[in-house]
Design a protein around this ligand. Structure first.
Ligand SMILES: [Ca+2]
Ligand SMILES: [Ca+2]
Ligand SMILES: [Ca+2]
Ligand SMILES: [Ca+2]
Length: 316
């Protein structure tokens, strides 16, 4: 009798444990189901939109939440017209505290830097030519950029306060959109020096300029993966603009998107697992996120205006 009571007590305990485990399993399954993919995206994305009438820089959570405008630019130098200026090409600093961008608010395109909340907007270049496409060095001390101040578009570097501007390329062709490698050793860019736009890399002092793509169509806007092993870029080699990825030596060029409309301007998540980009596939430009292998393409903005050119930073 004692043994029987002892056994039934044991069975009761086992039954209670089984019920508890089942409840935990049910709760876990439901909570996983309720969590949308968007909530998995960490960090903050700055991007360009003309949703408020002209091109400005905006900030949102990588989940798409809390979209807010950071700039409100006017063309100050020509205030008899006081036209609205265009702000464009935002880029997070490596510590994610500042954002570089370009604007024509002072009469022609210059590079500016602002704090992450849009305050303290400071002009870094001061030149009647176009100054465009700023990219931070990985230690945040310098910026690479494009300027036509010497007659045609070339790649330059400068200190982050605008001092010590130095030209790195010298060709009669266009050299655009530099991207500093995560180890600081190299700069990728695109150029039509060989007849059409191709991706190139060079040492950060301008030496050893190497072509990575060989394709009669456009290959533009290279962006290094955070581990430095791959470069994402855009190409219209397959009939329209798509996002591609290749190894940092140019090998293994692979298409990641496949839509009949423009898919442009890739940028990596800080952890390197995802790529954000701009696409017109739903009728107008929106920001999308996909895995680094092109799977799980998800739209992050939903606005009849243009939403484009993301730069992905870590959470505040
Ligand atoms: Ca300028
Ligand atoms: Ca090409
Ligand atoms: Ca496409
Ligand atoms: Ca839109």
């Amino acid at each position: 009798m004692i043994q029987k009571a002892y056994m039934s007590k044991h069975l009761k305990i086992i039954a209670i444990i089984l019920i508890l485990l089942t409840l935990i399993a049910i709760v876990t399954v439901f909570s996983l189901k309720e969590k949308t993919p968007l909530e998995e995206f960490n960090g903050r994305i700055v991007f360009v939109s003309d949703r408020d009438g002209n091109q400005e820089i905006y900030l949102m959570q990588a989940s798409g939440a809390n979209q807010s405008r950071l700039t409100s630019g006017y063309n100050i130098s020509n205030c008899s017209i006081c036209s609205l200026s265009a702000e464009d090409y935002p880029s997070w600093s490596p510590d994610y505290n500042k954002i570089a961008f370009q604007s024509n608010r002072d009469g022609n395109y210059e590079i500016y830097i602002m704090d992450e909340d849009g305050s303290n907007q400071v002009r870094i270049t001061n030149n009647s030519a176009m100054d465009l496409f700023a990219s931070w060095s990985p230690d945040g001390s310098r910026l690479a950029f494009t300027s036509n101040r010497d007659g045609n578009e070339e790649i330059y570097i400068m200190n982050a306060d605008g001092s010590n501007e130095t030209r790195l390329t010298k060709t009669s062709a266009s050299n655009r959109a530099p991207a500093w490698s995560p180890d600081g050793e190299n700069i990728a860019f695109y150029s039509d020096r060989d007849g059409n736009y191709e991706i190139y890399t060079m040492n950060a002092d301008g030496s050893n300029q190497l072509r990575l793509t060989t394709n009669s169509d456009g290959d533009t806007f290279p962006r290094w993966s955070p581990d430095g092993k791959q470069i994402a870029f855009q190409s219209n080699r397959d009939g329209n603009w798509e996002i591609y990825i290749m190894n940092a030596d140019g090998s293994n060029q692979t298409r990641l998107t496949n839509s009949p409309s423009d898919d442009i301007l890739p940028c990596w998540s800080p952890d390197g697992t995802k790529i954000a980009f701009s696409s017109k596939r739903d009728g107008n430009y929106e920001i999308y996120i996909m895995d680094r292998d092109g799977l799980n393409q998800i739209r992050m903005t939903d606005n009849p205006a243009t939403d484009a050119d993301p730069s992905w930073g870590e959470a505040d």
